[in-house]
Write a protein that binds this ligand. Structure first.
Ligand code: ATR
Length: 271
């Protein structure tokens, strides 16, 4: 019976078990998916033992997404580029393969919910320069966006991403972040602003206009201020729940042998 799980510290908040258990039930598969609370000091030992316990793989969440990279025996190109892994596959010979499906999940979510979106149509505006922004930048650059505007409260973090990911990135100071909307056609919030319990997203949004595709990685609440204003301005809006759901697809398929669907029923289960 194949097993998978999600490794983090803390872990009780993770939504992944709900999703994978739903898919296991939906497709009538034997197997289970469990939350695993693992301390940093024990990460390597736990990962080395899991294949012997019947695990086919695991998801990895905060704070282990970077550290698993040095423990893994093989790392995918996209995980290397992003500098973090969220999906592990344990090979038959016991080797650990580390992948990152966050960028895939980001793209699949937009493609599913804004089918007419053309990443090449114009610049992308990204708010935030944390871990999530790295996956978004790699995905958008790969999709051929002509230019990426990047704004972060702590400017040096945006500059570090520019020096890493290159010439197509233009830094905009946080106090002028709203100016990124002047000619962007894709707009992404990767900050935690607007999340329940966090500070509000206060960037001026009068630059939002029809034709833009606007997405927020925050999904609690599902409708953030950014998405509300974007919808009112006639933009196509894509909420962040779908990214969480889609990033789980490649792992589930590898561990359990069925490529699961992201549909409305799954969304309802997750809310
Ligand atoms: P994640 O992996 O989700 O990206 P993170 O790496 O902690 O998490 O990044 C959080 C992002 O939200 C960062 O861009 C952070 O800005 P800083 O780099 O300046 O910290 C942004 N963020 C969090 N709280 C913020 C606030 N009150 N105002 C502006 N940006 C904020």
């Amino acid at each position: 019976i194949p097993l998978a799980g999600v490794i983090g510290n803390p872990i009780s908040h993770s939504q992944s078990p709900k999703m994978h258990k739903y898919w296991l039930r939906k497709y009538g598969l034997l197997g289970d998916y469990v939350p695993l609370h693992v301390h940093e000091d024990n990460l390597e030992q736990v990962l080395r033992t899991m294949p012997q316990m019947g695990f086919a793989g695991a998801n990895v969440t905060i704070p282990h997404k970077v550290n698993v990279m040095s423990i893994a025996d093989q790392v995918s190109d996209r995980a290397t580029l992003i500098g973090a892994a969220n999906t592990l596959i344990f090979k038959n010979d016991g080797k650990i393969y580390a992948d990152n499906t966050d960028g895939y999940g980001f793209m699949a979510n937009i493609k599913q919910n804004a089918p007419h979106w053309d990443p090449k149509a114009g610049p992308a505006a990204i708010f935030g320069a944390g871990g999530a922004a790295r996956a978004v930048i790699v995905a958008l650059a790969d999709a051929g966006v002509p230019e990426i505007y990047l704004s972060n409260r702590t400017r040096p973090k945006a500059e570090a991403l520019k020096s890493e990911f290159g010439a197509r990135i233009k830094i905009v100071d946080w106090v002028q972040a709203g100016n990124m909307l002047d000619d962007a056609t894709t707009v992404v919030n990767t900050t935690s602003l607007g999340m329940t319990g966090a500070a509000e997203f206060r960037v001026p949004l009068d630059g939002l206009k029809p034709g833009m595709v606007v997405t927020d990685l925050v999904y609690t609440p599902l409708r953030t201020r950014l998405l509300d204003e974007a919808e009112a301005a006639g933009c196509t809006v894509v909420d962040g729940l779908g990214m969480l759901l889609h990033q789980g697809v490649p792992g589930f398929e590898r561990w359990f042998g069925v490529r699961p669907e992201v549909d409305d029923e799954l969304r309802q289960v997750m809310l």
